[in-house]
Design a protein around this ligand. Sequence first.
Ligand code: AMP
Ligand code: MG
Length: 416
Amino acid sequence: MSDFSVAEAQACILKHVQRLGVETVALHDALGRVLAEDVAANRNHPPYDVSAMDGYALRFADIAHATADKPVRLCVVDDIRAGQMPQVLVEQGQAARIMTGAPTPAGVDTVIRVEDTAVDGDDVVILTPPQQGANIRPLGENLKIGRVVFQQNTMITPGVLAILAMVKKKQVSVFAKPTVAILSTGDELEGIDEPIDENKIPDANAHALYAQCKSLGIEATLLGIAKDDEQDLKAKLAQGLQYDVLLASGGVSVGHHDFVRPTLEALGMTMHFWRVAMRPGHPLAFGTSEQGGAIFGLPGNPVASMVCFEQFVAPALRQMMGQNKCFLRTIEARLSHDMKGSLGKTMFIRVTLSRDAQGYVATSTGAQGSGVLMSMALAEGLLAIPADKAGLKAGELASVQLLQNMDVQDAADVEI
Ligand code: AMP
Ligand code: MG
């Protein structure tokens, strides 16, 4: 079988991982989770027409022809504050002083801002009319009783959470989060709590994967480091298979001491593929157990492990947690310099992004070896060079996946 393309591997994974069950959590714990129910409004909001401004509620017909030369004078008959119901009907030639959020009285159809008026004794004087109907928020503008405000699968952001609070959803039904275990493999690896041994390689992957899970709201369990030894690997992989998802890094290539493949097969996993046509990340295994657990055998090289997490693991976790949108947002960017691809494989170049008058510009973060973790640490995006291209030239356009830290930028760059 020829290697899967990135898209084929993603499709295979999403076909094999199941959405998890449903649980109920307190409103504040629902942030970042995905709704497992449709939520309908149990009230109208606003509950009546309200003023959007501090000003005067009036009948538009009275002031339609007001000008600086022929101002209109209305008698102020009420003073309505937010939280108070109007006491008086506003009749022809009259107005009511009104505060933002206060209900508009019967008879009026327009509110004029206080800044656009002058006061003269008990009268308000108007020189320029606003639009008819201005500055009134109609009943139910935000929420209409009985209407579904959010459908199942909505991601709960702070704004969504605020609306759930308005409809008094103190308990929210959300999709469960997967349990995830992380295992590093390799005789050369040194754990973070071990003293420095110059002959060893510090374990980076466990911590990178832990952080990548955490950024999706998942607290993963670290299973430590397995030796390149069939017995140790078997014991630790078996432990990891108790979780919904096991992320094992290293030992998935074809080296003499790469035991992950035979061990997983011996443990009864159904392996769907072992390689993907991409760089970094060519060795990549995905399998499932009969109980519905998933295993990702990620490449040992730290950059490859992180890039593969974004392409394959994160979409699977998002789908398990009920999200409909599983992939990183992409933008188009122009290359600021030539970049090499890898014919037959999708190449992911780690880039920083800037903007100019024509749009986004991508620049490599430096040496792109799959062991050069700094290239990932500095990256704002992953620029994809398609498998049918040996490279792209400066000025050409490419698609760039935005990594997490693209959510913020310097004030100086903001164009609104
Ligand atoms: P492997 O896939 O096991 O052949 O490993 C490929 C390369 O990645 C080797 O240079 C390993 O030393 C390195 N490597 C494997 N696992 C880790 C890890 N957890 N942290 C840092 N480097 C690793
Ligand atoms: Mg190894």
